[in-house]
Design a binder for this molecule. Structure first.
Ligand code: SAH
Length: 360
């Protein structure tokens, strides 16, 4: 690996940061207008035809350009969903998934290498957290996938490996970078961020006033059940979390959606559905009679190591019907790329494990 010490990561710099870097090597400010958009299209300075060799070499001395490289690529034969295993500059791997919806391509990106949140059903957390991704590595996933596919990506969901609010500063820088009109320019309304519920950070995010969509991984309607599958609930109880959600809505006016993973024998009974409806209505709607509430039901992807299985279709429909009856919009997540195991966390794990076995 080439030496990156003391050099800036070009993709983590915002426009002003790039201007400062160029000024520091005696280049004029206008060069940033040439370079910034091309960096975000996937070109390194030495590949830019309007940037001379001398300038390219001068930039190389103080900065480096790293796009995640495609280590594996799986394409679903059923719906065309593409799953990437990307290798980062230091050899660590993360996953990104590109899905096609009627409104264009959506990429699901990872926010950390591994995760330290410890949710019992989630493959991403099994080996713990290795490190946070930099703003440039977050952005790099979007650029590298778009470059590989030769297509514009118009929507982003932060639902891959890692907990985005546990990498708050870098994620915020990334959101501003990807929204920059001089670069990829994806509107905040086309970006969703999913969190396991770091309530303090949700409060911080509300103050940033970025109109992104927030998704909360709720997965249970009472503290005992939630704590048994999501350790984060011992720090931020359901009540504390929903308080933050209410404040987020009050400040930003953005609808919040909830993810609810259905795990057989754990949270799928009629009583659980009633409890969930009661909880959301009583904590979010007082004084906000018409506040739209949306629950996304996700049949759990069976994680062999953990012994979790998903309920049958009948049970899922019954659960959704109970929520709808209580005025809560419920959708069942369409499973994209079922033949390539498109849910995040599982490919990185399979590859890492295989390599560990091969190495031993
Ligand atoms: N850390 C963030 C985002 C990553 S996970 C969060 O917790 O929201 C994205 C979604 O997939 C979360 O709702 C997560 O709980 C869910 N998930 C993780 N493992 C799953 C599994 N085995 N089956 C179904 N959903 C799962």
């Amino acid at each position: 690996m080439e030496n990156r010490e003391n050099r800036a990561e070009l993709l983590s710099l915002d426009y002003d940061g790039l201007v400062s870097l160029l000024l520091s090597i005696g280049e004029p400010k206008y060069r940033a207008d040439q370079i910034f958009p091309q960096l975000h299209r996937g070109l390194s300075p030495s590949e830019m035809t309007n940037v001379g060799k001398r300038v390219g070499a001068a930039i190389d001395k103080v900065a480096y350009y790293d796009l995640p490289s495609v280590r594996r690529k799986l394409i679903s034969g059923i719906d065309g969903t593409v799953k990437y295993l990307f290798e980062l500059g230091d050899g660590n791997c993360v996953e990104s998934v590109v899905m096609e919806y009627h409104h264009g391509l959506t990429i699901c990106i990872s926010s950390q290498v591994g995760c330290r949140m410890g949710c019992a059903f989630c493959a991403s957390t099994i080996g713990g957290k290795v490190r946070d991704l930099t703003p440039g590595e977050l952005l790099g996933q979007v650029i590298a996938a778009s470059k590989d596919l030769g297509k514009r990506i118009s929507n982003i969901v932060m639902m891959g490996i890692g907990e985005p609010l546990d990498n708050y500063e870098n994620v915020l820088k990334f959101l501003r970078l990807v929204n920059d009109p001089r670069g990829i320019c994806i509107g905040y309304r086309h970006i969703s961020l999913s969190t396991c519920g770091l309530a303090d950070r949700i409060d911080d995010l509300a103050r940033e006033d970025l109109p992104i969509t927030l998704s909360i991984s709720l997965h249970a309607a009472d503290n005992e059940t939630r704590s048994s599958i999501m350790p984060v609930n011992r720090k931020y109880s359901i009540e504390r979390l929903l308080d933050s959600c209410r404040r987020y809505y009050d400040t930003t006016g953005r609808r919040i959606s909830f993810e609810y993973t259905l795990i057989e024998g754990k949270n799928t009974s009629e009583a659980s559905a009633e409890k969930l409806a009661e909880l959301l209505n009583s904590s979010l709607r007082p004084g906000h009679g018409t506040l739209p509430i949306h629950v996304n039901l996700i049949p759990v992807n069976d994680v062999a190591e953990r012994g979790f299985t998903h309920p049958g279709t009948g049970e899922i429909k019954r659960f959704a019907a109970i929520l709808e009856k209580r005025g809560i919009r419920a959708t069942v997540r369409r499973k994209l790329g079922p033949d390539i195991n498109a849910s995040c966390g599982q490919l990185r794990r399979a590859v890492t494990e295989n390599e560990e076995k091969t190495e031993n």
